[in-house]
Design a protein around this ligand. Structure first.
Ligand SMILES: Cc1ncc(COP(=O)(O)O)c(C=O)c1O
Length: 376
């Protein structure tokens, strides 16, 4: 099945008992045993997982071409559980600018658990390879495109660099969902998503997902930690995720079309110093993005505003837009705008004149008109 068919049909779901075409919401916290004290079904206790979460996992697993997938109560719980597999003395390598919540957790682990942490500048050619080779590396963590500067990291090249030194490659592919990038096919060992974003797409659930190429010892440990911590996605959220996933391809392509139209209009705008969008021909990562983002370049773009060193103009623009809500998060059907430097605080590495946009599925003409009015 092609991704859109798989998604629309919820991985060919038909309920065995009722013939229903929509997976049921199973809210039970415990599962009965029969007279021989055998479990009636495959499940024991909801903290370990249940049928609704498993159905969402089966769709994600097929979509990613994975050997297994786990859904989590948030993207960050997927991050934390995956990092539980690192031991004291292991070494993590990651981009300098990336999703700050995950990076904050890396720093905490480095401080408290004796895990080595090194960074590379994703905007600099060869920096990733140099850093991975510069010292021992257990895990290379990347995003592509990188949030919120949208530098494009070549996943195949990152996989070669990681595997050459025996490291695992983790790709946080939240902004490039598997309808456009199948990171495991490109060499990633584990792919991570905040399902709160594109996978669900309606800004009404918090969730996360991991998918793996091989069910190895690290993966088993991930499953164990999720079981003990109870960070599995709850049934209602899993049900909502299944519903959101059905339209992932449509939503993603529409957001990509809108973002490209906006990026083209904003490049060269007198109030804009630079428009950061991998779909633009002149973007330094455009050729790699064309290769590894097969269904469009996504709805995420950033504008560096001209003559705005402290970001005051950014904040004014963000709050004067009519069709963009000033709010954090991304990947929903509605457009959002955010001044990341304000949200991340004084230690942020993000340029202060950067405004990040999550472009939704509205009419692009309305969005462009709104932006031009606010910038004007
Ligand atoms: C790239 C990326 N990864 C992970 C996360 C964490 O996901 P969640 O907010 O669902 O915990 C986010 C959240 O913004 C994100 O943008």
């Amino acid at each position: 099945m092609k991704p859109d068919t798989l998604l629309a049909r919820a991985n060919d779901y038909v309920d065995d008992r009722s013939g229903g075409v929509v997976p049921p919401l199973v809210t039970t916290t415990t599962f009965a045993r029969d007279r021989d004290y055998e479990l009636v079904g495959d499940h024991v206790y909801a903290r370990y997982g249940g049928p609704t979460a498993e159905q969402a996992e089966s769709v994600l697993c097929a979509l990613e071409g994975a050997s297994d997938a786990f859904v989590f109560s948030s993207g960050m719980s997927a991050v934390v559980v995956l990092l539980e597999t690192l031991r004291s003395g292991d070494h993590l390598v990651a981009p300098t600018v990336m999703y700050h919540g995950a990076q904050d957790w890396f720093r905490r682990l480095a401080e408290r658990r004796g895990i080595g942490l090194r960074f590379f500048d994703a905007s600099e050619a060869g920096a990733l390879e140099r850093e991975v080779a510069a010292g021992p590396t257990t895990m290379l963590w990347i995003e592509s495109p990188v949030n919120p500067t949208w530098d494009v990291i070549d996943i195949e090249a990152a996989a070669s660099a990681a595997h050459a030194v025996g490291a695992a490659l983790v790709v946080d592919s939240t902004v490039a969902p598997p309808v456009t990038t199948r990171a495991l096919d490109l060499g990633a060992d584990i792919v991570l998503h905040s399902a709160t974003k594109y996978l669900n797409g309606h800004s009404d659930l918090t969730g996360g997902a991991l998918a793996t190429r091989s069910s190895d010892a690290r993966w088993e440990e991930v499953g164990e930690v999720r079981k003990y911590t109870g960070t599995v996605l709850a049934p209602f959220e899993a049900w909502l995720l299944l519903r959101g996933l059905r339209t992932l391809g449509l939503r993603y392509r529409r957001a990509s079309d809108n973002a490209l139209a906006i990026a083209r209009r904003m490049s060269g705008h007198p109030a804009v110093e630079s428009c950061l969008y991998p779909g633009l021909d002149g973007h330094p990562g455009h050729d790699v993005a064309k290769r590894q983002m097969t269904a469009g370049f996504g709805g995420m773009l950033s504008l560096l505003l001209a003559d705005d060193p402290q970001g005051e103009r950014c904040r004014r623009v963000a709050t004067s837009l009519r069709h963009f809500t000033p709010a954090t998060s991304l990947g929903g059907v509605e457009s959002l705008v955010e001044h990341r430097a304000t949200v991340e605080g004084p230690h942020s590495q993000v340029p202060r004149n950067l405004l990040r946009f999550s472009i939704g599925i509205e009419d692009a003409d309305d969005l462009i008109e709104d932006l031009e009015a606010a910038l004007g």
